[in-house]
Design a binder for this molecule. Structure first.
Ligand code: FPP
Ligand code: K
Ligand code: ZN
Length: 511
């Protein structure tokens, strides 16, 4: 993803009747941390053993000021287990830890409070809401690269605002004006006017339109042309290219399944498409097998067969499998679950509490969604066939530390000028703001499936059985920091999923 920074050029644009409540003007009572020093200023030779974390080393590596009360040592002390080999990777990890520790301890001078009894700072609601509204306004010429990401900018802004309790439907007219010229008569949406259709842009466009909702909005989408275009992206090996002539990867697979299930497009391949010549009949033929080939020796899931496992692709693949059918069938059948659990669990780091995207890389706030979003799907797969209209009577429970991730998000990912970020030292952007908030929301909710689905089309039934309920116990954040819930497979509000689906079901496309 290109970095999207709406920093100093931001315009303060607010709607008059914002529903957000808290204002953030508390003081940081702790003295600023001592200036941090890194043990490894120069990179030692690859073969040199990495210094043990004796208390002296720990003292040098981590700022020595005492943490705020209420924070367990697990989140303020470097991990006891260290790779003994010094490499560029371990240096970067040490430097990242050094940057994060004052934030985890709640003693960085750039953190705003108030801090609660768990030593966790409040969500700076007003600042993040202002940042998101600004992200939907004009950009100066230097941001021209964003012209190819108009549907994404809309999605991140609208989903983020919904999570924060704002009303995204007020953007309905503006969204239609923005997306109408981005749609191509040959099917799908490009990043903006005059750009070829791309699955990522089309996915973001459909999700944004679903969020703002309404008759005019839904009818903007040429569903017949969309279906024909998707047929042209289908490949003989079961996967999808992201655009005509473009690369084939797991993003494509997920975006197509999200689009056809929300828009109730026919599962059959259009009569004239290439994939039919390879013996395929439906858009879903061979897809689960393709995803299965993307699971790597580590247990994670890669963008395409044979490359490195990554959290963002893992989410795409698992959400795609959960759209294809009940996850206790599709995921269990097509993934090695024990190996996947091992890799997914390894994505959460201590003491940071946040997730990394891949082995030997760093925590990043956006993986709160990409990796954090895998967990409810896995949990549901392990809970098995839904039994009633409410949450299952027994559940495997949380398979990761909700507390750790909540701490990382609230302590390390809030930019002092509004918006959320990858990690301390990085700028906020609307991509990270959206996905960090989505991760925090997922921490605050329990997502499960029921035995009844919205709509009548049985081929996508499982996708429409998800519900959510707030988790009330074991929280380290305040009531006022609660966010709205998103559908775990689509990343949009539950009612947006149901309304778009029902509207489309009532207007079937004839193949
Ligand atoms: C690595 O970046 C990132 C990737 C290889 C994947 C990015 C993909 C997404 C964010 C998901 C796209 C999903 C859809 C639905 C279109 P990096 O090397 O900068 O970061 P890292 O060090 O954390 O791996
Ligand atoms: K990253
Ligand atoms: Zn990121």
């Amino acid at each position: 993803m290109p970095p999207i920074v709406a920093g100093k050029h931001r315009r303060k644009v607010r709607f008059p009747s914002s529903t957000s409540t808290t204002s953030s003007n508390s003081t940081n009572q702790q003295p600023p941390p001592t200036k941090s020093t890194l043990t490894n200023q120069k990179r030692p030779g690859q073969s040199r053993p990495r210094p043990k974390l004796s208390s002296a080393t720990t003292g040098k590596m981590t700022s020595q000021a005492a943490p705020r009360p209420g924070i367990p040592d697990l989140f303020t002390q470097p991990s006891a287990i260290r790779d003994p080999l010094v490499t560029e990777t371990t240096d970067l990890q040490d430097a990242t830890l050094e940057k994060c520790l004052p934030f985890l301890k709640g003693i960085s001078s750039t953190q705003q409070g108030p801090f609660n009894a768990y030593g966790v700072p409040a969500l700076q609601r007003d600042d993040h809401v202002a940042f998101l509204y600004d992200s939907l306004e004009d950009y100066p010429p230097g941001f021209v690269i964003l012209d190819a990401s108009r549907p994404w900018m809309a999605y991140w802004g609208l989903a983020g605002l919904f999570l924060m309790g704002e009303d995204p439907t007020r953007f309905r007219e503006r969204l239609i004006d923005t997306l109408r010229p981005a749609q191509n008569s040959t099917g799908g949406f490009g990043g903006g006017r005059g750009q070829i259709s791309h699955l990522a842009g089309s996915y973001a466009a459909v999700l944004s339109l679903a969020i703002v909702g309404g008759e005019d909005t839904y009818s903007l989408i040429d569903r017949q042309a969309m279906w024909r275009w998707l047929g042209r992206l289908k490949q003989a090996d079961g996967g999808f290219r992201v655009c005509e002539g473009g690369e084939e990867d797991v993003r494509g697979a997920y975006c197509v399944m999200a689009i056809i299930s929300l828009l109730d497009l026919p599962s059959e391949l259009p009569p004239d498409c290439e994939a039919r010549k390879a013996g395929l009949n439906t858009l879903t033929d061979g897809l689960a097998q393709y995803l299965s080939r993307c699971q790597t020796f580590e247990g994670g899931i890669s963008g395409s067969p044979g490359v490195e496992a990554h959290g963002a692709y893992a989410y795409c693949a698992l959400a795609c499998l959960a759209l294809l059918g009940p996850p206790e069938e599709t995921i269990v059948r097509h993934m090695n679950l024990p190996l996947l659990l091992s890799w997914l669990s390894s994505r959460q780091y201590g003491p940071e509490g946040g997730f990394s995207g891949r082995t030997n890389k760093l925590v990043d706030g956006c993986y709160s969604h990409w990796v954090g979003g895998c967990w409810p799907i896995i949990q549901s797969a392990l809970d098995g066939k839904p039994q009633g209209s409410g949450p299952p009577a027994t559940t495997v429970g949380s398979l990761f530390s909700r507390e750790g991730l909540s701490r990382y998000i609230l302590s390390c990912c809030q930019s002092p000028t509004g918006g959320l970020r990858d990690k301390p030292g990085k700028h906020a952007d609307s991509y990270h703001t959206c996905y960090v908030l989505a991760g925090l929301s997922a921490m605050q909710h329990y997502h499960y499936r029921t035995d009844s689905a919205t709509g009548s089309n049985k081929s996508w039934a499982s996708a429409f059985t998800w519900r959510s309920t707030p988790i009330r116990e074991d929280n380290v954040y305040e009531k006022s920091d609660r966010l709205a819930a998103l559908h775990p497979l689509y990343g949009i509000p539950f009612p947006s999923v149901d309304e778009m689906r029902l509207w489309c079901e009532a207007r079937p496309i004839t193949p």
